[in-house]
Design a binder for this molecule. Structure first.
Ligand code: EPZ
Length: 418
């Protein structure tokens, strides 16, 4: 299993182009099932989760090729309705196959999705949404089978603005008869990207990015070429990497309005951030001020996917900060590892109280999930001495060779295969 070896205490400098967004590419690749023919999708990062999604599409009958960030995909022969169990269990995003397969084939069988162990990660909103569109659902022996000869548009209210459920319902509704209105929809930028991709295919969707999305069903869609938006979480991770280890970097392939919440917090803590067009310049002295209270919430609130990385930054700050995690109940697994490095953090009733100012010391730590792993890498950049991060396969699910990205910014980090 590979590990990262990180030598801390070096200011970062240099320029880096941010990778395409994992959480936009995954639903968009699944949505390609909705039309037959040749797709070209650009800026698709080389990640474990993308590899699994392409394996699933191949198992369903598609022909796929991924080279230099471009995916060449022919979905003409998609005809298999059972998503392979071993692939289904490897990530959360395999649930995205339900909507498009049901719309295309009229039937789909899946097992429960996998994904980061950051909470219960229920799928009830996915099931309720597809049922509302007319799907008949049977659960037996660990499998869920959806059947519908025809899906019909309807109004769907989400009790929580679930990103995945919003996307699954959108993908099922585009070929339904009539109009579907999703109320209390998630507003993340990745949902806007999915809307733009589907509309380029000939769908008639409006409202993505707001809490109400309207989908007017059409009879058929066509294959397209499309470029994925930048990954705002990877960009935010690098912004915080400078925040914890000081320095001055430039990030390109940025959409600043996707990072408003983080930029506001980081500026309040003393980080200098300049944005112009798709470029962001980040400068930090490495001694941030504390931030009284952050509450993670659905977009445009502070993203849960940057909570762990922000905690490392605030552990360096002068003063005490509080982070309340409201999206995933199991997303504080990095706290113990950070405490072993010398951070003073304790968790109480869903909030982490971070007493800043403790110097971090390098040691061996273990990644428990994707973003917790990224946070431990940032802690290694800030720490005195050398930090070894193990279980980095979690990190490879969301960051394209993170060690190469950070090396490009002057960090002393290497991948050790053992
Ligand atoms: C997406 O997960 C992202 N993953 C996550 O990113 C991200 O953290 C999350 O949205 C929130 O922004 C992808 O896009 C592939 P949700 P998703 O449905 O769709 C509950 C990363 O690090 N819920 O918005 O699974 C759920 O339990 C990953 O890149 C239900 O109760 O998130 C959770 O508490 C991690 N029933 C909350 O909603 C449902 O049917 C948010 O889940 C669905 C969700």
């Amino acid at each position: 299993m590979d590990t990262f070896a990180i030598e801390g205490g070096r200011p970062l400098s240099g320029s880096l182009r941010v990778q395409g967004a994992k959480n936009a590419a995954l639903p968009i690749l699944a949505a390609s099932i909705l039309a037959e023919g040749q797709f070209y999708i650009y800026d698709v990062p080389h990640l474990k989760d993308i590899e699994v999604m392409l394996k699933i599409l191949t198992a369903l009958g598609a022909r796929t090729k991924h080279a230099d960030g471009s995916v060449d995909l022919d979905t003409t022969s998609v005809s298999v309705s059972h998503v392979p169990d071993d692939l289904m269990g490897q990530m959360r995003s395999s649930i995205f196959l339900a909507g498009p397969l049901l719309a295309r084939l009229g039937e789909v069988t899946i097992s429960r999705p996998g994904g980061c162990l950051i909470g219960e990660r229920r799928i009830d909103l996915h099931l309720a949404g597809l049922t509302a569109l007319g799907a008949k659902i049977e659960e037996a022996e660990g499998y869920i089978t959806f059947r519908a000869d025809q899906l019909y548009g309807t109004n769907i209210f989400l009790s929580f603005p679930s990103v995945g459920a919003t996307e699954n319902i959108m993908m099922a509704a585009v070929l339904a008869k009539g109009t579907t209105r999703i109320c209390n929809a998630a507003r993340e930028p990745e949902i806007v990207d999915l809307q733009n991709f589907l509309n380029a295919m000939g769908a008639r969707i409006c409202g993505a990015g707001t809490d109400t999305i309207e989908i007017n069903g059409v009879t058929r869609l066509r294959p397209v070429s499309y470029r994925i938006i930048p990954d705002r979480i990877v960009a935010g991770t690098h912004l915080l990497a400078v925040g914890v280890s000081k320095g001055h970097i430039e990030l390109t392939n940025i959409i600043p309005e996707h990072l408003t919440a983080l930029i506001e917090v980081a500026r309040s803590c003393g980080v200098e951030i300049k944005t112009y067009h798709d470029i962001m310049e980040v400068k930090s002295t490495g001694n941030p001020l504390a931030y009284e209270r952050i509450i993670t919430s659905p977009f445009p609130g502070f993203p849960t996917d940057l909570q762990a990385q922000l905690m490392v930054f605030l552990a360096q700050a002068t003063g005490t900060s509080v982070i309340k995690e409201t999206i995933f109940e199991g997303r504080f697994k990095h706290v113990n590892e950070l405490a072993r490095m010398g951070a003073s953090i304790y968790v109480d009733l869903g909030s982490a109280i971070i007493r800043g100012g403790n110097k971090l010391s390098g040691t061996s730590v273990e990644a428990s999930d994707l973003r917790a792993g990224a946070a431990l890498v940032l802690a290694g950049l800030a720490a005195e001495g050398t930090t070894t991060v193990s279980q980095i396969h979690h990190i490879d699910r969301g960051y394209e060779r993170l060690e190469l990205q950070l090396q490009q910014l002057g960090a002393r980090i290497s991948r050790v295969s053992i």
